[in-house]
Design a protein around this ligand. Structure first.
Ligand code: DAH
Length: 347
Protein backbone atom coordinates (compact mmCIF):
# COMPACT_ATOMS: atom_id res chain seq x y z
CA UNK A 1 0.00 0.00 0.00
CA UNK A 2 1.54 3.35 -1.02
CA UNK A 3 1.51 6.54 1.02
CA UNK A 4 -1.56 7.88 -0.82
CA UNK A 5 -3.63 4.75 -0.14
CA UNK A 6 -2.66 5.04 3.52
CA UNK A 7 -3.71 8.69 3.55
CA UNK A 8 -7.10 7.87 2.02
CA UNK A 9 -7.62 5.11 4.58
CA UNK A 10 -6.69 7.40 7.45
CA UNK A 11 -9.17 10.01 6.17
CA UNK A 12 -11.96 7.42 5.89
CA UNK A 13 -11.27 6.26 9.48
CA UNK A 14 -11.25 9.88 10.73
CA UNK A 15 -14.53 10.66 9.01
CA UNK A 16 -16.12 7.52 10.42
CA UNK A 17 -15.25 8.70 13.94
CA UNK A 18 -17.03 12.03 13.45
CA UNK A 19 -20.37 11.82 15.29
CA UNK A 20 -21.61 15.29 14.49
CA UNK A 21 -21.39 17.57 11.42
CA UNK A 22 -18.97 19.89 13.27
CA UNK A 23 -16.55 16.97 14.00
CA UNK A 24 -16.70 16.02 10.35
CA UNK A 25 -15.81 19.55 9.21
CA UNK A 26 -12.79 19.53 11.55
CA UNK A 27 -11.67 16.19 10.11
CA UNK A 28 -12.13 17.53 6.58
CA UNK A 29 -9.81 20.47 7.38
CA UNK A 30 -7.05 18.06 8.39
CA UNK A 31 -6.98 16.66 4.83
CA UNK A 32 -8.41 19.25 2.49
CA UNK A 33 -7.92 22.51 4.44
CA UNK A 34 -5.24 25.15 3.72
CA UNK A 35 -2.67 23.24 5.74
CA UNK A 36 -4.29 19.86 5.18
CA UNK A 37 -2.27 16.78 4.32
CA UNK A 38 -3.43 16.61 0.68
CA UNK A 39 -2.95 20.34 0.22
CA UNK A 40 0.63 19.98 1.53
CA UNK A 41 1.28 17.13 -0.91
CA UNK A 42 0.06 19.24 -3.83
CA UNK A 43 2.31 22.11 -2.75
CA UNK A 44 5.27 19.63 -2.74
CA UNK A 45 4.80 19.03 -6.51
CA UNK A 46 6.67 22.28 -7.15
CA UNK A 47 10.03 20.66 -6.44
CA UNK A 48 9.51 17.79 -8.95
CA UNK A 49 10.51 17.50 -12.62
CA UNK A 50 7.76 17.96 -15.21
CA UNK A 51 7.62 14.19 -15.84
CA UNK A 52 7.33 13.32 -12.15
CA UNK A 53 4.76 16.10 -11.71
CA UNK A 54 2.45 14.45 -14.24
CA UNK A 55 2.23 11.02 -12.62
CA UNK A 56 2.51 12.17 -9.01
CA UNK A 57 -0.01 14.96 -9.64
CA UNK A 58 -2.53 12.54 -11.15
CA UNK A 59 -2.09 10.15 -8.18
CA UNK A 60 -2.59 12.91 -5.61
CA UNK A 61 -5.71 14.13 -7.42
CA UNK A 62 -7.07 10.60 -7.47
CA UNK A 63 -6.51 10.34 -3.73
CA UNK A 64 -8.14 13.75 -3.21
CA UNK A 65 -11.25 12.59 -5.10
CA UNK A 66 -11.48 9.46 -2.95
CA UNK A 67 -11.18 11.57 0.24
CA UNK A 68 -13.92 13.91 -1.02
CA UNK A 69 -16.15 10.96 -1.87
CA UNK A 70 -15.64 9.52 1.65
CA UNK A 71 -16.42 12.94 3.11
CA UNK A 72 -19.69 13.23 1.17
CA UNK A 73 -20.77 9.71 2.08
CA UNK A 74 -20.23 10.46 5.77
CA UNK A 75 -22.00 13.81 5.49
CA UNK A 76 -25.02 12.11 4.00
CA UNK A 77 -24.96 9.37 6.68
CA UNK A 78 -24.89 11.96 9.48
CA UNK A 79 -27.77 13.91 7.89
CA UNK A 80 -29.81 10.71 7.52
CA UNK A 81 -29.19 9.79 11.15
CA UNK A 82 -30.21 13.28 12.27
CA UNK A 83 -33.45 13.10 10.31
CA UNK A 84 -34.19 9.60 11.61
CA UNK A 85 -33.77 10.66 15.23
CA UNK A 86 -35.92 13.74 14.67
CA UNK A 87 -38.69 11.63 13.17
CA UNK A 88 -38.46 9.25 16.05
CA UNK A 89 -38.75 12.02 18.61
CA UNK A 90 -41.76 13.49 16.88
CA UNK A 91 -43.43 10.22 16.14
CA UNK A 92 -47.15 9.79 16.78
CA UNK A 93 -48.59 6.77 18.45
CA UNK A 94 -51.76 6.52 16.43
CA UNK A 95 -53.06 3.78 18.72
CA UNK A 96 -53.32 6.17 21.72
CA UNK A 97 -56.82 7.41 22.49
CA UNK A 98 -57.44 10.93 21.18
CA UNK A 99 -57.53 13.99 23.41
CA UNK A 100 -61.17 14.87 23.81
CA UNK A 101 -62.41 18.40 23.52
CA UNK A 102 -65.14 18.91 26.13
CA UNK A 103 -68.57 19.53 24.72
CA UNK A 104 -70.18 22.45 26.53
CA UNK A 105 -73.80 22.51 27.51
CA UNK A 106 -76.26 24.91 29.03
CA UNK A 107 -76.38 25.37 32.77
CA UNK A 108 -79.48 23.69 34.28
CA UNK A 109 -80.72 27.04 35.61
CA UNK A 110 -80.32 28.65 32.18
CA UNK A 111 -82.20 25.75 30.68
CA UNK A 112 -84.93 26.14 33.23
CA UNK A 113 -85.20 29.85 32.48
CA UNK A 114 -85.47 29.17 28.76
CA UNK A 115 -88.13 26.59 29.47
CA UNK A 116 -90.13 29.08 31.55
CA UNK A 117 -89.75 31.74 28.84
CA UNK A 118 -90.99 29.32 26.17
CA UNK A 119 -94.07 28.34 28.19
CA UNK A 120 -95.05 31.91 29.03
CA UNK A 121 -94.16 32.99 25.50
CA UNK A 122 -96.72 30.52 24.23
CA UNK A 123 -99.28 32.15 26.54
CA UNK A 124 -98.62 35.59 25.06
CA UNK A 125 -96.20 36.98 27.66
CA UNK A 126 -93.31 39.26 26.80
CA UNK A 127 -89.93 38.55 28.40
CA UNK A 128 -88.10 41.48 30.01
CA UNK A 129 -84.74 41.87 31.67
CA UNK A 130 -84.10 44.36 34.48
CA UNK A 131 -81.07 45.82 36.25
CA UNK A 132 -79.51 43.72 39.02
CA UNK A 133 -78.24 46.87 40.72
CA UNK A 134 -81.50 48.56 41.49
CA UNK A 135 -82.60 51.68 43.30
CA UNK A 136 -84.14 51.50 46.70
CA UNK A 137 -87.18 53.22 45.20
CA UNK A 138 -87.96 50.50 42.64
CA UNK A 139 -86.99 47.66 44.98
CA UNK A 140 -89.21 48.82 47.83
CA UNK A 141 -90.86 52.22 47.83
CA UNK A 142 -92.59 51.89 44.45
CA UNK A 143 -93.84 48.49 45.61
CA UNK A 144 -95.72 50.04 48.50
CA UNK A 145 -92.99 49.18 50.94
CA UNK A 146 -92.09 52.55 52.48
CA UNK A 147 -88.82 53.38 54.17
CA UNK A 148 -88.64 52.10 57.73
CA UNK A 149 -91.51 49.69 57.15
CA UNK A 150 -90.84 46.37 58.94
CA UNK A 151 -91.80 44.40 55.80
CA UNK A 152 -88.48 45.47 54.29
CA UNK A 153 -86.68 43.17 56.68
CA UNK A 154 -88.34 40.21 54.91
CA UNK A 155 -85.80 40.88 52.21
CA UNK A 156 -82.54 41.58 53.95
CA UNK A 157 -80.61 43.19 51.21
CA UNK A 158 -77.11 43.80 49.97
CA UNK A 159 -76.81 47.55 49.85
CA UNK A 160 -74.38 49.32 47.61
CA UNK A 161 -72.71 52.28 49.29
CA UNK A 162 -73.65 54.56 46.43
CA UNK A 163 -76.57 56.60 45.14
CA UNK A 164 -77.83 57.02 41.60
CA UNK A 165 -77.92 60.36 39.74
CA UNK A 166 -81.19 61.27 41.46
CA UNK A 167 -79.80 60.56 44.92
CA UNK A 168 -81.56 57.22 45.40
CA UNK A 169 -79.75 54.50 47.28
CA UNK A 170 -78.67 51.45 45.26
CA UNK A 171 -78.94 47.80 46.22
CA UNK A 172 -78.56 44.39 44.66
CA UNK A 173 -82.21 43.67 43.93
CA UNK A 174 -83.67 41.22 46.48
CA UNK A 175 -86.41 40.19 44.06
CA UNK A 176 -87.44 40.65 40.44
CA UNK A 177 -90.52 42.65 41.50
CA UNK A 178 -88.93 46.09 40.83
CA UNK A 179 -89.29 45.31 37.14
CA UNK A 180 -93.08 45.33 37.56
CA UNK A 181 -93.04 49.08 37.97
CA UNK A 182 -90.24 49.73 35.46
CA UNK A 183 -91.94 47.71 32.74
CA UNK A 184 -95.47 48.95 33.45
CA UNK A 185 -94.36 52.60 33.45
CA UNK A 186 -92.70 52.23 30.05
CA UNK A 187 -95.79 50.47 28.73
CA UNK A 188 -98.17 53.09 30.16
CA UNK A 189 -96.06 55.90 28.71
CA UNK A 190 -96.03 54.28 25.30
CA UNK A 191 -99.84 54.21 25.19
CA UNK A 192 -100.47 57.47 27.06
CA UNK A 193 -103.26 59.49 25.51
CA UNK A 194 -104.55 56.58 23.47
CA UNK A 195 -108.08 55.24 23.86
CA UNK A 196 -106.94 51.71 24.43
CA UNK A 197 -103.90 50.24 26.10
CA UNK A 198 -103.12 46.58 25.44
CA UNK A 199 -102.83 44.48 28.61
CA UNK A 200 -99.43 44.34 30.25
CA UNK A 201 -98.28 40.75 30.17
CA UNK A 202 -94.69 40.14 31.01
CA UNK A 203 -92.35 37.81 32.80
CA UNK A 204 -88.96 38.83 34.16
CA UNK A 205 -86.53 36.01 34.84
CA UNK A 206 -83.24 36.95 36.44
CA UNK A 207 -80.73 36.97 39.25
CA UNK A 208 -81.64 38.22 42.70
CA UNK A 209 -79.66 38.65 45.94
CA UNK A 210 -80.25 38.26 49.65
CA UNK A 211 -78.17 37.65 52.73
CA UNK A 212 -79.07 33.99 53.09
CA UNK A 213 -77.13 30.78 52.71
CA UNK A 214 -78.06 27.16 53.40
CA UNK A 215 -79.16 24.07 51.47
CA UNK A 216 -82.22 25.84 50.08
CA UNK A 217 -80.98 29.46 50.03
CA UNK A 218 -78.09 31.03 48.21
CA UNK A 219 -77.02 34.71 48.45
CA UNK A 220 -77.45 34.80 44.66
CA UNK A 221 -80.52 33.06 43.34
CA UNK A 222 -83.04 33.33 40.53
CA UNK A 223 -86.62 34.43 40.35
CA UNK A 224 -89.16 34.88 37.64
CA UNK A 225 -91.61 37.72 38.07
CA UNK A 226 -94.94 37.66 36.29
CA UNK A 227 -97.28 40.58 35.76
CA UNK A 228 -100.62 40.84 34.03
CA UNK A 229 -102.43 44.17 34.19
CA UNK A 230 -105.55 45.09 32.26
CA UNK A 231 -109.07 46.43 32.60
CA UNK A 232 -110.67 43.09 33.20
CA UNK A 233 -108.22 40.76 34.87
CA UNK A 234 -109.06 38.79 37.97
CA UNK A 235 -107.64 36.39 40.48
CA UNK A 236 -109.20 33.49 38.58
CA UNK A 237 -106.96 34.36 35.59
CA UNK A 238 -103.96 34.08 37.87
CA UNK A 239 -105.12 30.69 39.10
CA UNK A 240 -105.81 29.19 35.68
CA UNK A 241 -102.71 30.70 34.11
CA UNK A 242 -100.41 29.50 36.88
CA UNK A 243 -101.92 26.02 36.73
CA UNK A 244 -101.33 25.90 32.97
CA UNK A 245 -97.78 27.04 33.49
CA UNK A 246 -96.89 24.63 36.26
CA UNK A 247 -98.42 21.65 34.45
CA UNK A 248 -96.50 22.51 31.29
CA UNK A 249 -93.34 23.02 33.32
CA UNK A 250 -93.49 19.63 35.04
CA UNK A 251 -95.07 17.95 32.01
CA UNK A 252 -97.89 16.47 34.05
CA UNK A 253 -101.53 17.15 34.85
CA UNK A 254 -101.30 15.00 37.98
CA UNK A 255 -100.65 18.10 40.01
CA UNK A 256 -102.72 20.22 42.40
CA UNK A 257 -102.43 23.92 43.13
CA UNK A 258 -103.28 25.69 46.39
CA UNK A 259 -103.44 29.41 47.16
CA UNK A 260 -102.59 30.09 50.79
CA UNK A 261 -103.29 33.56 52.23
CA UNK A 262 -100.14 35.54 52.83
CA UNK A 263 -98.82 39.07 53.01
CA UNK A 264 -96.78 41.13 50.58
CA UNK A 265 -96.84 44.93 50.65
CA UNK A 266 -97.34 45.15 46.88
CA UNK A 267 -100.37 42.88 46.60
CA UNK A 268 -103.81 42.85 48.17
CA UNK A 269 -104.93 40.15 48.65
CA UNK A 270 -101.71 38.13 48.67
CA UNK A 271 -101.18 34.40 48.45
CA UNK A 272 -98.46 31.80 48.47
CA UNK A 273 -98.84 29.23 45.72
CA UNK A 274 -98.22 25.62 46.77
CA UNK A 275 -98.24 22.60 44.50
CA UNK A 276 -98.71 18.92 45.23
CA UNK A 277 -97.78 16.08 42.90
CA UNK A 278 -100.26 13.23 42.74
CA UNK A 279 -97.68 10.83 41.38
CA UNK A 280 -93.96 10.30 41.64
CA UNK A 281 -91.40 10.64 44.44
CA UNK A 282 -92.67 14.02 45.72
CA UNK A 283 -96.27 12.90 46.16
CA UNK A 284 -98.33 13.96 49.17
CA UNK A 285 -96.45 17.10 50.28
CA UNK A 286 -97.42 20.69 49.62
CA UNK A 287 -94.44 22.49 48.11
CA UNK A 288 -94.24 26.27 48.08
CA UNK A 289 -93.25 27.57 44.65
CA UNK A 290 -94.40 31.18 44.41
CA UNK A 291 -95.69 34.34 46.00
CA UNK A 292 -98.57 36.05 44.24
CA UNK A 293 -101.48 38.41 44.57
CA UNK A 294 -103.61 41.13 43.12
CA UNK A 295 -101.49 44.20 42.45
CA UNK A 296 -102.03 46.81 45.20
CA UNK A 297 -103.79 49.99 44.00
CA UNK A 298 -100.84 52.08 45.19
CA UNK A 299 -98.51 50.05 42.98
CA UNK A 300 -100.89 50.49 40.03
CA UNK A 301 -100.68 54.24 40.70
CA UNK A 302 -96.86 54.08 40.83
CA UNK A 303 -97.01 52.41 37.43
CA UNK A 304 -98.65 55.56 36.13
CA UNK A 305 -102.06 53.91 35.80
CA UNK A 306 -105.46 54.63 37.32
CA UNK A 307 -106.37 51.97 39.90
CA UNK A 308 -110.06 52.71 39.27
CA UNK A 309 -109.59 51.46 35.73
CA UNK A 310 -106.75 48.95 35.87
CA UNK A 311 -106.40 45.83 37.91
CA UNK A 312 -103.81 43.13 37.75
CA UNK A 313 -102.08 40.25 39.37
CA UNK A 314 -98.48 39.36 39.87
CA UNK A 315 -96.41 36.46 40.99
CA UNK A 316 -92.79 35.81 41.85
CA UNK A 317 -91.48 32.25 41.69
CA UNK A 318 -88.12 30.81 42.67
CA UNK A 319 -86.49 29.42 39.54
CA UNK A 320 -83.87 27.44 41.45
CA UNK A 321 -86.64 25.88 43.51
CA UNK A 322 -88.52 24.85 40.37
CA UNK A 323 -85.31 23.44 38.88
CA UNK A 324 -84.61 21.50 42.10
CA UNK A 325 -88.08 19.94 42.00
CA UNK A 326 -87.88 19.16 38.31
CA UNK A 327 -84.45 17.54 38.47
CA UNK A 328 -84.72 16.05 41.96
CA UNK A 329 -81.81 18.08 43.34
CA UNK A 330 -81.89 18.53 47.13
CA UNK A 331 -79.12 21.09 47.67
CA UNK A 332 -79.42 24.41 45.90
CA UNK A 333 -75.72 25.16 46.29
CA UNK A 334 -74.85 22.38 43.84
CA UNK A 335 -76.10 24.58 41.02
CA UNK A 336 -73.56 27.29 41.75
CA UNK A 337 -70.43 25.42 42.78
CA UNK A 338 -69.36 24.79 39.19
CA UNK A 339 -68.58 21.10 39.77
CA UNK A 340 -68.56 19.47 36.34
CA UNK A 341 -69.47 16.07 37.80
CA UNK A 342 -72.80 17.61 38.75
CA UNK A 343 -73.29 19.93 35.79
CA UNK A 344 -72.42 17.42 33.07
CA UNK A 345 -75.42 15.33 34.08
CA UNK A 346 -77.63 17.95 32.47
CA UNK A 347 -76.13 17.66 29.00
N1 DAH B 1 -91.15 39.43 45.49
C1 DAH B 1 -91.64 38.42 46.39
C2 DAH B 1 -90.48 37.76 47.11
O1 DAH B 1 -89.39 37.79 46.60
C3 DAH B 1 -92.42 37.38 45.68
C4 DAH B 1 -93.69 37.89 45.13
C5 DAH B 1 -94.83 37.85 45.89
C6 DAH B 1 -93.75 38.47 43.87
C7 DAH B 1 -96.03 38.33 45.41
C8 DAH B 1 -94.95 38.94 43.37
C9 DAH B 1 -96.09 38.85 44.16
O2 DAH B 1 -95.07 39.48 42.17
O3 DAH B 1 -97.25 39.31 43.65
O4 DAH B 1 -90.65 37.22 48.16
Amino acid sequence: MNDLDQLVQAAQADFALAEAPADLENAKARYLGKAGRLTELLKGLATLTPEEKKTRGADINGAKQRVEAALNTRRQALADAELASQLKAESLDVTLPGRKRGVGSMHPITRTMERIEAIFGSMGFDVADGPEIETDWYSFTALNNPENHPARSMQDTFYVDMKDAEGRWLNLRPHTSPMQVRYARAHAQKYAGQAHMPDIRVIVPGRTYRVDSDATHSPMFHQVEGLWVGENVSFKDLKSMYLDFIQAFFETTDLKLRFRPSYFPFTEPSAEIDIMFERGPLTGRWLEVSGSGQVHPQVIRNMGLDPERYIGFAFGSGIDRLAMLRYGVNDLRLYFEGDLRFLSQFK
